[in-house]
Design a protein around this ligand. Sequence first.
Ligand code: ATP
Length: 366
Amino acid sequence: KKKIAVMTSGGDSPGMNSAVRAVVRAGIYYGCDVFAVYEGYEGLLKGGDLLKKMEWKDVRGWLSEGGTLIGTARCMEFRERWGRKQAAGNLISEGIDALVVCGGDGSLTGADLFRSEWPSLVEELVKDGKFTEKQVEPYRNLKIVGLVGSIDNDMSGTDSTIGAYSALERICEMVDYIDATAKSHSRAFVVEVMGRHCGWLALMAGIATGADYIFVPERAAPAGKWQEELKKVCQAHREKGRRNNTVIVAEGALDNNLKPITSEQVKDALVELGLDTKITTLGHVQRGGTAVAHDRWLATLQGVDAVKAVLEMTPETPSPLIGILENKIIRMPLMESVKLTKSVAEAIENKDFDKAISLRDTEFIE
Ligand code: ATP
């Protein structure tokens, strides 16, 4: 019987539970044993109780649960070869040679590295006397399939990541609350949202709430000049009768000299305009709460496809990452997609903002 493990890793995102539920149930449906790895890569290293066989009923009710019920962690030891060797030993002991990882680019990079090293890790485990050649024979290759769990929607090649629409929904709800009080007092609010290298949340929230101005990393505002531009726009909106102003700032917002644009700086500019201005940093409420319908179905369809991908994979197949393009679930090459995602940050560092945007929009399927 084929044995598949599923885990969540890196920052949590709403919808991760739906993904785990889908992998568990699709796995069982296709006749596999499915294990949940608790606490991210730490669970692979420690094994034991952190590697738990899951039954159909174990994931009942998980669609509507926020966060990740199997836990997630940052695990330094998995960055070391000895750590990955220990993880390989634990998987072989359970007879598992397929892993579905739901996480961000760091977790997926770790997973692909684990797969590429796997045959040599297995050899070493035999040399160390942990297993015999016969015992490891069925487990010579590891299968890795990636699911992107991230609220930032920062992965190249896919239209949305699991959790992004839930975080967006939460932000919009909070901005609506803020707008109500802002209008009452005729105030301006600077709302800081998550997104270190990716302005998707800020941009979409700005459009969806009708913000006056948006600062994102990919469209760097002109250094020394953005303050005047911002004031002009907010002033014009006031003159048209608006009783409040909302400015959304992504946490990674930059000017075109690559200097961070902070919420304090934005507030100072608005105060210069004579506006009573407050800052609200939304923080972790953006991650919390239940997943919206979009993330639930996305994670469910992708989780099912992850199981299918495991069952169809050969040792030669590059590790796939399950994405979505124009409403169709797709498989893209995991490492190429992760590399492109990393090169977006590099393009921003090189002040090539147009390239950053086109790299993120790269499509792997024609
Ligand atoms: P987020 O988008 O929320 O930051 P992430 O998956 O990118 O998610 P990371 O902290 O980068 O988060 O990675 C999560 C875990 O994945 C790390 O704690 C580590 O165990 C593993 N990992 C990350 N990068 C590597 C790597 N290059 N080699 C091996 N393991 C890695």
